[in-house]
Design a protein around this ligand. Structure first.
Ligand SMILES: Oc1ccccc1-c1ccno1
Length: 250
């Protein structure tokens, strides 16, 4: 997969050099290019924004730098359709970014991110590129950020971990919250590791019982408990089989 990010804060994307994404890049599973939008400005102040038509607070990001930047990035040659790039526009007014959308994006060969600052990007930029490729306007949550770069980091990590071979243990994302399967849509329950006792706190006995059916049922019950407490909206989306009382098959 190829990822391009056009931003006025390229250093904000430095975390893409480390951890899971950094390792995927080093292994050649991910090809990441970060571009400074100001390279496509030609005035002394490298201006990327201007006042909004119709008045109102804040500034709007101008069409010309974005158009020149995206034309340059995309000039690397691309096909249209499912083998071509998709534009990913982080915005508070976008569709919610979910695991399902992460899976959809992970199946594309090329994502071009356009994190905005200020009040956003002149709409004509999105409309222009929507004539050439799919555009995903995505929100990472119901809150307001100063810009879209943090959202690019979130989306990139969620997508990269789904790429074949990136996660060492293929089981890892099988058990993800929201991963398909009977426990889909349940939040993960508590996890424990050695030592068996810590500051007088023991681990749940069932986890060292060796009874895999009871362990699976305990984990299901804890996941249901946490989901009921923190995300009751997800309960109605659960597979009915998660509510059965018998021990779970491992
Ligand atoms: O708040 C934002 C500002 C700019 C770009 C994106 C966002 C955002 C907020 C939530 N998801 O994306």
């Amino acid at each position: 997969m190829r990822l391009d990010v056009v931003t006025i804060f390229p250093e904000y994307l430095d975390p893409l050099d480390v951890s899971l994404v950094g390792k995927a890049r080093a292994r050649g599973q991910l090809n990441v290019h970060v571009h400074d939008l100001r390279e496509w400005t030609y005035d002394r102040h490298h201006t990327v924004d201007d006042t909004p038509y119709g008045g109102g607070p804040g500034m709007v990001m101008k069409t010309e730098p974005w158009g020149d930047a995206l034309d340059s990035v995309l000039a690397d040659g691309y096909e249209t359709g499912s083998h071509g790039p998709a534009l990913v526009v982080p915005t508070p007014s976008g569709r919610p970014f979910t695991q399902e959308l992460a899976v959809e994006l992970s199946e594309r060969p090329w994502l071009v991110f356009t994190p905005a600052r200020y009040e956003g990007i002149d709409r004509r930029v999105i409309d222009e590129y929507a004539t050439r490729m799919p555009v995903y306007e995505v929100s990472i949550g119901d809150y307001v950020l100063a810009g879209g770069e943090a959202a690019v980091l979130v989306v990139t990590e969620a997508v990269a971990r789904l790429l074949p071979g990136v996660l060492g243990n293929v089981e890892s994302h099988r058990d993800d919250s929201f991963a398909p399967g009977a426990m889909a849509n349940l939040l993960e329950g508590p996890v424990y590791t050695k030592p068996p006792a810590w500051r007088g706190r023991e681990i749940p006995e069932v986890l060292v019982s060796g009874h895999h059916g009871k362990i699976a049922r305990w984990r299901r019950d804890e996941a249901l408990r946490r989901t009921t407490a923190n995300r009751p909206d997800l309960i109605e989306r659960c597979d009915p089989s998660v509510f059965d009382k018998k021990d779970r098959e491992m």
